[in-house]
Design a protein around this ligand. Structure first.
Ligand code: HPA
Ligand SMILES: [Zn+2]
Length: 329
């Protein structure tokens, strides 16, 4: 049995495995840039975030019907369950679908179908986080928030993703204020490729409760002090950082140094179909590469539940934490 954990940084579109992509392409008469799954997998050699995003958005064209989104999410939940995931807070990118003519309702209702069965079928509690594409305008993000009003009961928080550099969090101040007024919580990608200043902006301007990645935090000692003082969770994605060349090799990843600095870090898979592993694989890889011991792995698992948006169900959080404490390696 794998170590129980929560996954807090997972783009559902990034769980689209080549096999499912080809199946849906054929069903929906969508032409893909590659003709075999092997050829597609060979395309997964990325230079940076943008080179990945180009393929990520291209492949999404196969997601058309509610059933497609249900299949996608159900496949992720099955894989996650096998790797010990007990709770998942799942990102989706509405603008990447509405821009192709797929209605927001199709996306949310399709994902919700899988999520509604998740506890019974996979033993995983779930939440949805709606991300805005930061390389699109703030007006487009605001229109997306407006369009999401009928589905807000399904959505826990807003997030911010896509190409980071040149699109600082401050661009989305009004959107985040509006989201908070609607009762949504807030997270944002910051400091993946962008500078520590973007992490400050996410904290002070967007008032996020968690920072997604926050990889570059250690470059700014004042920022580290702030993150440690407030115990702001960082959702690290070590395999993603290697594949997108934010770090050269896993052995150089700052995860361990960040734990030693007192930061509340978690380990997540980001886009597992593209980056070579789901979250259990990621725990495995960092254990090997960074020489983490059992107590550090347990701490990462505990952090994942501490950092989760389970505040409305504290009993469940405590039950998950008890599972971590009772886990025998
Ligand atoms: O790792 C990522 N970073 C930014 N945007 C993204 N959208 C999907 N994955 C990512
Ligand atoms: Zn991400």
């Amino acid at each position: 049995m794998p170590l129980p954990k929560a996954e807090l940084h997972l783009h559902i579109e990034g769980t689209l495995e080549p096999e499912l992509a080809f199946e849906l392409a054929s069903r929906n008469a969508v032409v893909l840039p590659c003709s075999t799954t092997e050829e597609l997998r060979r395309a997964y050699l990325f230079d940076d975030l943008q080179s990945f995003l180009d393929l990520y958005y291209a492949l999404m064209a196969v997601l058309v019907t509610e059933d497609d989104f249900d299949r996608l999410a159900d496949a992720y939940l099955a894989r996650a369950a096998a790797q010990g995931v007990r709770h998942a807070e799942i990102f989706f990118d509405p603008q990447a679908h509405t821009a192709r003519g797929v209605p927001l309702g199709t996306v949310v209702e399709g994902l919700a179908r899988a999520l509604d069965r998740s506890e019974e079928r996979h033993g995983i509690s779930t939440q949805l986080i709606m991300c805005f594409l930061r390389d699109e305008s703030a007006e487009s993000a605001m229109r997306t928030l407006e369009a999401a009003r009928p589905y807000l009961h399904r959505i826990t928080a807003v997030g911010l993703d896509s190409a980071e550099v040149g699109h600082p969090p401050s661009k989305f101040r009004e959107v985040y204020d509006a989201a908070r007024a609607l009762g949504l919580r807030a997270v944002a990608h910051a400091g993946e490729e962008g500078p520590p200043a973007y992490i400050w902006e996410a904290l002070d301007i967007l008032r996020v409760e968690r920072v997604d990645h926050g990889l570059r935090s250690l470059e700014d000692p004042e920022l580290v002090k702030r993150l440690v003082r407030d115990q702001v969770p960082l959702t690290l994605c070590p395999l993603s950082n290697v594949r997108l060349r934010a770090v050269d090799v896993l052995e150089d990843h700052p995860l361990r140094a960040m734990m030693d600095a007192g930061l509340l870090v978690t380990v997540n898979s980001d886009d597992p179909a593209y980056f070579g592993g789901y979250v259990g694989d990621t725990f495995h890889a960092v254990r090997e590469a960074l020489g983490l011991g059992q107590e550090q792995l347990r701490e990462l698992a505990r952090n994942s539940f501490r950092a989760s948006f389970l505040d409305h169900d504290e009993k469940r959080r405590q039950a998950y934490l008890a599972e971590v404490d009772a886990y025998v390696f």
